[in-house]
Design a protein around this ligand. Structure first.
Ligand code: SF4
Length: 213
């Protein structure tokens, strides 16, 4: 489920959107809706739209460095296809994945505050309940991981974040955690492209193991 295009629950973020609209009238500059089919088996949860990613294009994880890396991982592992194989930058068609963010509006410096996370979290909860075929969730980064656990009422202290961590959720879905695929994390060596794609390979293997019984 998505917030209304004019959602104003977070005054700071609404003000930021409005200022950006004046500076960049051709950009989306509004809450970014879920992207993907409701019958997807995989949900990808990020932190918030990037300035030139979701906030510009209106599609989560499309149009910036993180989006390119996620798109590659999804296509390589059969969750999406490129609109044009010769031009990956044109974007993807998600076939078995829904992509969302904990916070739907662009936060200054990519840092939402606690109240903003709290305001937006019900939309993640509703997305989790509306994706009726969901079997796996990939949380990109600690905030996405912590708040996915929170949506299930699981204590973060009981299951602290770690890259490659997997948690069985109360409804039987499997949560996979990864470091964020930001340019900063890749450039500083916190995560490599191979390691990031490896998480999605694990998810694909997990889904296949359900089919095989
Ligand atoms: S972050 Fe979420 S709750 Fe806050 S204004 Fe945007 S859509 Fe509304």
């Amino acid at each position: 489920m998505d917030p209304k295009a004019n959602c104003g629950l977070c005054l700071r973020l609404r003000g930021y959107r409005t200022r950006l609209k004046r500076a960049q009238p051709d950009w989306h500059n509004a809450p970014v809706a879920n992207f993907g089919p409701a019958n997807a088996q995989l949900l990808v949860v990020g932190l918030a739209p990037g300035l030139k990613g979701g906030n510009r294009t209106g599609i989560p994880f499309q149009g910036d460095f993180s989006g390119e890396l996620l798109s590659r991982a999804l296509v390589e592992n059969g969750f999406a296809s490129y609109l044009d194989c010769q031009e990956p930058s044109l974007g993807i068609e998600p076939t078995n994945v829904m992509i969302t963010n904990v916070v739907r509006c662009l936060p200054p410096d990519n840092k939402p505050n606690g109240v903003e996370v709290q305001n937006c979290l019900p939309f993640l909860g509703k997305t989790l309940s509306q994706c009726y075929r969901l079997r796996a969730v990939v949380a990109i980064g600690r905030v996405a991981y912590d708040n996915t656990l929170k949506s299930y009422g699981i204590s973060v202290r009981a299951e602290p974040f770690a890259h490659n961590k997997q948690v069985v959720l109360p409804d039987g879905r499997q949560l996979f955690a990864t470091y964020h695929c930001s340019r900063y994390n890749v450039n500083t060596g916190r995560i490599t492209e191979e390691e990031f794609c490896g998480v999605f390979k694990d998810v694909a293997g997990y889904l296949q193991s359900l089919v095989n019984g």
